[in-house]
Design a protein around this ligand. Structure first.
Ligand code: ADP
Ligand code: AMP
Length: 214
């Protein structure tokens, strides 16, 4: 099963992608997580990506596409994968389609999580991410057992630099201009399915599993 998650930053893509990954046993591939791991390890890619991420801009396609095409060619992705945060531009979607075409494959489901911009700003202000394992929480809607501490690994939770309100507004503009055209791209491909992302996390997941099957 090959799935991509679409939706604005903060719509809940990562939250649902993790649940899908666990239920269906397919790897969760998040380009945002890959870039953040590179930043943490101070790699060349991390240094380049950080310049764009801190400004709320997209990392250029040339730094992103090959990385994902390589990742989905790994053995653990042979039976499927869930891509979260990729593609984010039409050239990225085309690179993905071409790479899969070469293997006589295609994306099975594009899951679009729809949330109005006003709700996103509030969500991002309350999002907390683990500095170590990348797990995400929300101070109100998905709180950790102990405030400021990751349930999974016990490390510190922080507000991501790019989740500060001024950067969120910019990221939403980038989403509307560069990423939203993908809705039409995947509608034309006949694989787009829309979900109301303002509902409760488990309710959304139930609707997604109705689509993907038990
Ligand atoms: P994305 O991966 O799309 O950027 P996340 O999955 O990280 O978004 O979700 C953004 C924030 O909103 C997180 O703090 C998350 O815990 C919270 N969240 C996700 N889905 C919901 C929901 N349905 N209702 C309320 N809060 C949610
Ligand atoms: P995310 O964790 O998905 O919200 O991504 C955080 C940031 O990483 C984005 O705001 C971008 O700067 C960068 N990023 C993640 N995925 C991509 C992508 N597919 N293309 C370009 N930039 C990306």
């Amino acid at each position: 099963m090959k799935v991509i998650m679409l939706g604005a930053p903060g719509a809940g893509k990562g939250t649902q992608a993790k649940l899908i990954s666990e239920k269906y046993g397919i790897p969760h591939i998040s380009t945002g997580d890959i870039f953040r791991a590179n930043i943490k390890n101070n790699t060349e890619l991390g240094k380049k990506a950080k310049e764009f991420m801190d400004q709320g801009l997209l990392v250029p396609d040339e730094l992103t596409c090959d990385l994902v095409v390589d990742r989905i060619s790994q053995p653990d992705a042979a039976k499927g994968f869930i891509l979260d945060g990729f593609p984010r531009t039409i050239p990225q979607a085309e690179a993905l389609t071409n790479a899969l075409n070469k293997r006589n494959e295609a994306i099975d489901y594009a899951i679009d999580v729809e949330v109005p911009d006003e709700v996103i700003v509030n969500r991002m202000a309350g999002r907390r991410a683990c500095v170590s394992c990348g797990a995400t929480y929300h101070m109100t809607y998905a709180a950790p057992a102990k405030e400021g501490i990751c349930d999974k690994c016990g490390c510190e939770l922080i507000l991501r630099d790019d989740d500060k309100p001024e950067t969120v507004t910019k990221r939403l503009n980038v989403y509307h201009t560069q990423t939203q055209p993908l809705i039409e791209y995947y509608t034309k491909a006949g694989v787009l399915h829309e979900f109301d992302g303002t509902k409760d996390i488990n309710e959304i997941f139930d609707s997604i599993t109705e689509l993907l099957g038990e």
